[in-house]
Design a protein around this ligand. Structure first.
Ligand code: GLU
Length: 450
């Protein structure tokens, strides 16, 4: 960041922090965006006069509600439910629901804020939102998950709708949870509509939606690699996480001739130098999606190394795909990645790199694709699911995958347009922030002070 804007960024952040105390992840997400945007807004005073930045950091609406439910032992449980309706300038609020014990207002506001820019980058007509609960699905029975999600939807249903707000999955919310929520929404509204995305394919879901975030992050990495005349062929890749995003990122890397050597969960990571081929990946999918077990079991089965309590960033690789959660690459880990020869980081997760780590990647001019660009494939196919629901038809796998691929290529081009520096280096952080901002800001200008 050019020094002349530092004071403005600090002043802006002081206001945001005072107004939103103890929401550190939200501060982090806003800071990263305004560092790119303040210089841009100075050059484009129409945004400054209309106070677009002050408006864009203020959610249009925040809903917080009680979610009571009864566990398998007959005990009463209470969780907290949230929906952040951040910005609807370019379409209905759109974004996932996260069920995880760490969920709080600040985390969901950071995710909703990122979603506004991400959704804009897809070029599809979607505003930004996010929601969820501090409910922990880990160790819960299917019946407990059903009772919780039904209670959650019993409040949420009155705030959402296919033209108002369209939730989807995120951490802890997959096909099972979307199914239960869809069933409860339909029952309460007596309406079969595309109110959620990530639905089962027999009842309005899109093909490729489960694959989309992981595939998209790899397509984005492929575009970044191309700018340096490289590809995935013969490349060693480290992946974190072992959920939906990590699984399909691994599958796509395999297809493109790369080798994924790590996966992780909150307990530790596995290191398989031979590579996680499609057969082993099938086991991971069963382990995580059906058995709902721990990644350590992979190491036991295939006799490879398991490192307890650590993340995979110490393993040598050319490409790193963080696909677990926020702040999972520290400054030290970013330095280690670069020192070990990593030239490309494509973020399948939202905000996985701490700000100091981002600086390390940018100063070393590696190919660094921030989440709001690199993982936009998931919500992009959600947008395509909405289109198919409205048209009451469904596209083939090939059609959806081709559209997803095109969207990722386009997002890369937008980042290049807004992020290319005089020396030819593409700063994808600036590119994604400014590229995502322009469309939303212009819509806000056109719609007046609302
Ligand atoms: N939770 C995903 C994301 O972070 C997907 C959201 C959606 O499909 O609406 O973008």
């Amino acid at each position: 960041m050019a020094n002349i804007f530092e004071q403005q960024v600090n002043d802006f952040m002081a206001k945001v922090i005072a107004k939103n105390p103890s929401e550190s992840e939200f501060h982090q997400a806003v800071h990263e965006v305004v560092e790119s945007l303040i210089p841009f807004v100075e050059e484009n005073p129409q945004y400054k006069e209309a106070k677009i930045l002050d408006r864009i950091v203020e959610p249009e609406r925040v809903l917080i509600f009680r979610v009571p439910w009864v566990d398998d032992n007959g005990g009463v449980q209470v969780n907290r439910g949230f929906r952040i309706e951040m910005n609807s300038a370019i379409g209905p609020y759109k974004g996932g629901l996260r069920f995880h014990p760490t969920v709080n207002l600040g985390i969901l506001k950071f995710l909703a804020f990122e979603q506004v820019f991400k959704n804009s980058l897809t070029t599809l007509p979607m505003g930004g939102g996010k929601g969820g609960s501090d409910f922990d699905p880990k160790g819960k029975s299917d019946n407990e998950v059903m009772r919780f999600t039904q209670s959650f939807m019993t409040e949420l249903f009155r705030h959402i709708g296919p033209n108002t707000d369209v939730p989807a999955g995120d951490i802890g919310v997959g096909g099972r949870e979307i199914g239960f929520m869809f069933g409860q929404y339909k029952r309460l509204k007596n309406e079969f509509t595309g109110v959620l995305t990530g639905k089962g394919r027999e009842w309005g879901g899109s093909l490729i939606r489960p694959e989309a975030t992981g595939y998209g992050a790899v397509y984005f990495a492929e575009e970044m690699l191309k700018t340096r005349g490289k590809s995935f062929k013969g490349t060693t890749v480290t992946v974190s996480g072992s959920g939906n995003v990590a699984q399909f990122a691994t599958q796509k890397v395999n297809e493109l001739g790369g080798k994924v050597v790590t996966l992780s969960d909150s307990s530790g990571f596995i290191y398989d130098p031979a590579g996680i081929d499609d057969e082993k990946l099938e086991y991971v999918m069963w382990l995580k999606n059906v058995k709902r077990g721990r990644i350590k079991e992979y190491a036991d089965k295939y006799g490879c190394e398991y490192v307890e309590g650590q993340r995979p960033w110490g393993i040598k690789c050319e490409v790193a795909l963080p696909c677990a959660t926020q702040n999972e690459i520290s400054e030290e880990e970013a330095k280690t990645l670069v020192a070990n020869g990593c030239i490309c980081v494509s973020e399948g997760a939202n905000m996985p790199t701490v700000p100091e780590g981002v600086i390390v990647f940018l100063e070393n001019e590696i190919l660094y694709g921030p989440g709001k660009a690199a993982n936009a494939g998931g919500v992009a196919v959600s947008g395509l699911e909405m289109t198919q629901n409205s048209m009451r038809l469904s596209w083939t796998r090939e059609e959806v995958d081709a559209k997803l691929h095109d969207i990722m290529i386009n997002i890369h081009a937008t980042c290049e347009k807004y992020g290319k520096k005089d020396n030819g280096f593409i700063n994808y952080v600036d590119g994604a922030n400014i590229g995502g901002f322009v469309k939303v800001a212009d819509a806000m200008l056109a719609q007046g002070v609302v």
